[in-house]
Design a protein around this ligand. Structure first.
Ligand code: PLP
Length: 382
């Protein structure tokens, strides 16, 4: 059948048409345990009753107003994102846009142009975010990219010490590289990067698009690194499936993002804000985050019971899990076979199986997932 879509995605041949909690149903009647959460988006599961009511209630009041009027919901979400610290928020609709805003703010505030990012990282597909994403397959054919982006090795401090200079505006980093293969940053390295930025008046941008909103066991991953970013970005799970992004920066940066300096029609839309406010309220007022840490321990413990015949390394934090496979087993084949036995999973980086289950999953569901992983990873049929 002819498709009227640009073929930018490699799609499976079925459609997910329904979801409840950790479970998804396709148009052919198959049920799956979903360890993708729509690539780290539906962190609170499908059809969460409080999120659903927040959206429906707001939909019955007003869907959209422009940013030319007061918006109490934006204020509420920004206050939750600040979490008692001197952070201000700018709202948009995606992770790439949040990083784009961060890059623009960093250049404008510092009056410098160089942005440093790290090999294997992923920050999005818009020109600025893509220019910070040093992956050949992502940048190919789109040159010229935005100038003054410099790429350095991840988890290695000497090159950064050498590179930081009078024209460096910002360093942008993922604390666990998500698309890059679930590769965690070393805590000492992150602290050294933070210190170097501080000593050289360079802004530190933490990209929390995939790691944020409870994914690693704290609201944002940076909380576990004993650092304070100048800017952090959020999207994906902030709206649990409703498109929303946020660029959150220190109050000292306020003067560079004055009236007319940046903006977008849908940023902070009432529907998005009603949902984000409910997501953050759940994260900040329930035991969910401590439960994530507990479930994480259980998950990683159970993963070690899988026969490691085809496993090179298991990495991650919280419920952000990467299983790097040996070359003898191709991750795409594993994903297909897991789909056949009813478990949805993702790939990332080099031959790495990526698991991003909803944070609300139960231990019993972890057990079901582990049984399916065992079935395929111990006895692949291909
Ligand atoms: C770390 C990180 N940054 C940015 C993005 C881009 O977000 P979006 O796809 O919403 O533009 C992603 C998406 O996967 C991501 O994982």
């Amino acid at each position: 059948m002819k498709s009227y879509l640009f073929p930018t995605y490699q799609r499976k041949s079925f459609e997910i048409v329904e979801g409840t909690g950790s479970w998804a149903k396709d148009n052919l009647g198959n049920t799956y345990l979903d360890f993708t959460s729509g690539i780290g988006v539906t962190n609170l599961g499908y059809q969460h009753p409080l999120i659903e009511s927040a959206l429906i209630e707001q939909a019955q009041k007003i869907w959209h107003t422009t940013n030319l009027y007061e918006n109490h919901l934006q204020e509420a979400v920004a206050q939750r994102l600040a979490n008692g610290q001197d952070f201000l928020s700018y709202f948009c609709s995606s992770g790439a846009e949040a990083n784009e805003a961060a890059i623009k703010l960093a250049r404008k505030y510092t009056g410098k142009s160089e942005i440093i990012s790290f090999e294997n990282s992923f920050h999005g597909r818009t020109y600025g975010a893509m220019s910070a994403t040093p992956q050949a397959n992502i940048q190919a054919g789109f040159s010229p990219l935005v100038p003054d982006f410099v790429y350095l090795p991840f988890n290695e401090i000497t090159s950064l010490e050498r590179q930081i200079n009078q024209n460096t505006a910002a360093v942008i980093v993922e604390l666990i590289q998500g698309e890059g293969g679930i590769v965690p940053a070393d805590i000492e390295w992150v602290q050294q990067v933070t210190q170097l930025c501080h000593d050289n008046d360079v802004l530190l941008i933490i990209d929390e698009v995939q790691t944020g909103i409870g994914r690693t066991g704290t609201l944002f991953a940076y909380e576990q690194y004993q650092i304070e970013p100048d800017i952090f970005t959020s999207a994906k799970a902030l709206g649990n499936g409703f498109p929303v992004g946020a660029m959150v920066g220190k109050e000292k940066l306020k003067s560079a993002f004055g009236v007319g300096s940046h903006g977008t029609t849908f940023g902070g839309n009432p529907l998005a804000m009603a949902v984000a406010n409910e997501v953050l309220t759940i994260m900040q007022t329930t035991d969910l985050l401590s439960e994530v840490q507990e479930k994480s321990n259980y998950f990683f413990e159970r993963l070690t019971t899988i026969n490691p015949k085809y496993i090179k390394e298991i990495r991650g934090k919280g419920l952000m899990v990467g299983i790097e496979l040996k070359e003898s087993l191709a991750v795409v084949d594993v994903i297909n076979e897991l789909t056949d036995v009813g478990l949805l999973t993702l790939n990332a980086g080099t031959n790495t199986l990526r698991l991003l289950p909803p944070l609300t999953l139960t231990k019993a569901e972890i057990d079901i997932g582990i049984d399916k992983l065992k079935a395929v990873l111990e006895n692949p049929t291909f």
